[in-house]
Design a protein around this ligand. Structure first.
Ligand code: 5RP
Length: 232
């Protein structure tokens, strides 16, 4: 079974947790967009009604508008009932690396405002420790980004400025740069996240710690739905 089919299965499974009257976070990336399209389909057919979406990126917003999904903002609705979003890596504790699509800051703002954060992936995203296959995206303001690069290297990362189109650096929806930081397998993602947040000029990083409540992964063997075990 190809990855797109698996992503579609995970996205559709997650949509069953959306109920009428809910405010719904609409994630970014190819898997989350499949969920957005499925939500649009459910609304169109009348299988779902009366929801409001909050998109995590300008691209998702455009897609949701084209599908006729009613939208709102965090100013009008500061608490989101359910968000469906993708991830680049998921570890056994449901900690994540996100930001492959560059939307990590808005995704994290939406995730921290969300009661139920459902992550949808195909099985290729499941890793033992974070950092096994993916670099940690770090969003930095363009001013002084070279000094952030040196700082990130001092923490042990191999750092690459994410390229955009026409040979220019990639720009996030906020107009910032992304430094993709390959730390290799990360022993303590929470501690690394704290060190990254302390640095002025770093806007946000792609380590999502304690935010996912549910993870739905699809493989040829079927759907796996895991929920976060409450900490003692
Ligand atoms: C965007 C993200 C995406 O959710 C993540 O990159 C996964 O994308 P895809 O579903 O296309 O594999 O974090 O910033």
């Amino acid at each position: 079974m190809d990855a797109i089919t698996l992503k579609q299965q995970a996205a559709e499974y997650a949509a069953q947790f959306i109920e009428p009257g809910m405010v719904v976070g609409l994630g970014a990336g190819s898997t989350a967009i499949l969920a957005v399209r499925h939500i649009g389909y459910l609304l169109k057919t009348g299988a779902l009604r009366n929801i409001l979406g909050i998109p995590c990126s300008t691209q998702t917003e455009a897609e949701a508008r084209a599908l006729g999904i009613p939208l709102t903002t965090l100013e009008e609705h500061p608490i989101i009932d359910v968000t469906i979003d993708g991830a680049d890596e998921v570890d056994p504790q449901l900690e994540l690396i996100k930001g492959g699509g560059g939307a990590l800051t808005r995704e994290k703002i939406v995730a921290q405002a969300t009661r139920r954060e459902i992550i949808v992936v195909d099985e290729s995203k499941l890793v033992p420790p974070l950092g096994t296959t993916w670099a940690v995206p770090v969003e930095v303001i363009p001013f002084g980004y070279g000094s952030q690069q040196v700082y990130l290297e001092s923490l042990g990362a191999r750092v690459k400025l994410r390229p955009g189109s026409s040979g220019l650096p990639y720009r996030t929806d906020q107009g910032n740069f992304i430094l993709d930081c390959n730390f290799g397998p990360i022993a303590d993602p929470a501690a690394l996240g704290e060190r990254l947040k302390r640095r002025t000029g770093i806007v946000e990083h792609g380590l999502f710690i304690g935010l996912a409540t549910d993870m739905i992964s699809a493989s040829a063997g079927g759907i796996q739905h895991r929920t976060r075990t409450p900490s003692a």
